[in-house]
Design a protein around this ligand. Structure first.
Ligand code: UTP
Length: 482
């Protein structure tokens, strides 16, 4: 290991000598742990980042030639497209059945807005059984695996902060029946937090304040962790990417996967029509012939509000972080153990120590975190498919403790979606005078994970009583079975 004298010299030369201020007070084990942390720092790269992102606030230049992208509609618009969608659905199913598709959830975030203790994937997030998010996804993937009669590997990206707790949660629940060998965990990389003056923030006398390097860090983490090699060994060619906080997501959508494969795309994305011009979703657009996502905060209002002659929004497609990535694309991007996506800066409240070593819990942002975003890989793809989906079918994220995009809004969205499925299957769901459903309703993905599957399997004579929770379990049994 590098010795303290040389590390101190390097740190001081780069203006980061303060990290060793309390060195003499530390116990031998604290010294070892700090030394290990500092030995992992590339100070020259850090200087570049500080100049580019910390001392300057990078300005997002909106190119003059920005255009809306081509979007594949939710429903086929004509016969040719109907045939195309049918072929794509079949292709997707065939690829899944051939073992060429893996599920991949990014679950390394800190979930600071939600304020939940523990990994967000452990949050009990369904209306009746209160299944943790991870269980909900496990059941979906197991259902797809059963349908296709093939094991489907599930890659889970954690962070160094939540890796142990995430794995323990899976073990405590015996993976909900998922084959242990087909669940592959790996932790993403971290970045230090910076003070506004460019100095690295110390969380404790013996520890830098670190945070996960963004969901864009998933690409490199797949490479460095060996997950990509593991996929190659298993014959996986397509990666179905989703986030941990959206209970409505379809973890493996044959149509989406099939469109991606048939069109020879490298990275594809699902989108939603924005609810209003200023909705806080990234905006899909085309810049210099390449698909890109421009964050809502970077898109000037006149462009966000620009309309086509038919009165519809010009940039209407919002990004919901559901992707298919070709394994070969991720391999190309991360060759040699590097992945150069741009960084995004966010000013945050980071607990730290003051110059005397006392703990500080700041009330306003005191530091800068930088993160990579996965959608920044889109312009690097030779070909991208953007498929529109329906909000009520596929998007209701849990981001905040209350209000918009919270557990409460997501529970309602789940009940609404399952109600529609039941009604489409000919099953009556009690509604109040305003047409609202006040009964908690839940359907196990192991029984049906689409309206069509439910319509095929469900008994039309099922009775759902007002005010009584209704759960349709894995074998179609009714009740609160966990
Ligand atoms: P968010 O952007 O909502 O961030 O993540 P977050 O960390 O979960 O929540 P806040 O912003 O602190 O409140 C969207 C998805 O990306 C994952 C999250 O776990 C979530 O699935 N993510 C985010 C990572 O895997 N790693 C990261 O570094 C950041």
């Amino acid at each position: 290991m590098s010795d303290i004298a040389s590390i101190r010299k390097t740190a001081e030369a780069h203006g980061q000598g303060h990290m060793l201020k309390f060195w003499d007070e530390l116990s031998p084990s604290q010294q070892t742990s700090l030394l290990q942390q500092l030995a992992g720092i590339d100070f020259n790269y850090l200087d570049e980042l500080i100049a580019a992102y910390i001392k300057n606030k990078p300005i997002c230049e909106i190119p003059g030639n920005i255009q809306p992208p081509t979007i594949m509609p939710v429903r086929p618009q004509n016969q040719a497209q109907e045939a195309e969608y049918a072929a794509a659905r079949k292709k997707g199913q065939d690829l899944i059945a051939a073992g060429k598709v893996a599920a991949f959830v990014v679950a390394g975030g800190q979930g600071s807005r939600l304020g939940y203790e523990g990994p967000k994937g452990c949050l009990e997030a369904t209306p009746v059984v209160r299944k943790p998010l991870f269980r909900l996804f496990a059941e979906q993937i197991m259902a797809a695996s059963k349908r296709a009669r093939v094991p489907i590997p599930w890659y889970i990206m954690t962070s160094p902060d939540n890796d142990v707790a995430t794995k323990a949660h899976f073990r405590q629940n015996d993976f909900w029946g998922f084959n242990h060998n087909d669940v592959i965990f790996f932790a993403q990389g971290q970045m230090p937090a910076f003070g506004f003056d460019g100095k690295l923030v110390m969380a404790r006398k013996d520890r830098l304040a670190m945070s996960p390097n963004g969901h864009g860090g998933s690409l490199l983490a797949m490479q460095t962790s060996g997950a990509l090699d593991d996929m190659a060994k298993r014959g996986v060619e397509y990666i179905s990417y989703f986030q941990v906080d959206n209970p409505l997501v379809r973890c493996l959508d044959p149509l989406f996967i099939g469109l991606h494969a048939l069109q020879g795309a490298e990275m594809s994305a699902k989108c939603l029509p924005k609810r209003d011009p200023m909705e806080k979703l990234g905006n899909f657009c085309v810049v210099n012939g390449r698909v890109a996502v421009i964050e809502y905060s970077d898109l000037p209002e006149h462009l966000a509000r620009a309309c086509n002659p038919d009165g519809r929004l010009k940039f209407s497609a919002g990004s919901i972080a559901i992707h298919v990535l070709s394994r070969s694309f991720v391999e190309r991007l991360t060759k040699g153990g590097r992945c150069s996506l741009p960084w995004h800066r966010a000013d945050k409240k980071v607990p730290c120590i003051d110059p005397a070593g006392g703990a500080v819990n700041p009330e306003k942002p005191n530091a800068v975190k930088i993160e990579m975003f996965v959608f920044d890989a889109l312009p690097l793809a030779q070909k991208t498919v953007i498929l529109e989906t329906r909000r009520d079918e596929e998007f209701s994220p849990i981001k905040n403790a209350a209000g918009e995009d919270s557990l409460s809004t997501s529970l309602h969205a789940q009940v609404r979606r399952w109600t529609v499925w039941l009604e489409q299957a000919g099953i009556k769901v009690p509604r109040d005078a305003d047409g609202q459903v006040s009964t908690a309703i839940e359907i196990s993905p192991l029984f049906a994970d689409s309206a069509e599957e439910l319509a095929r399997k469900a008994d039309r004579n099922i009775t759902i009583s007002v005010g009584q929770s209704f759960y349709l379990g894995s074998r179609g049994q009714i009740g609160g079975a966990r």
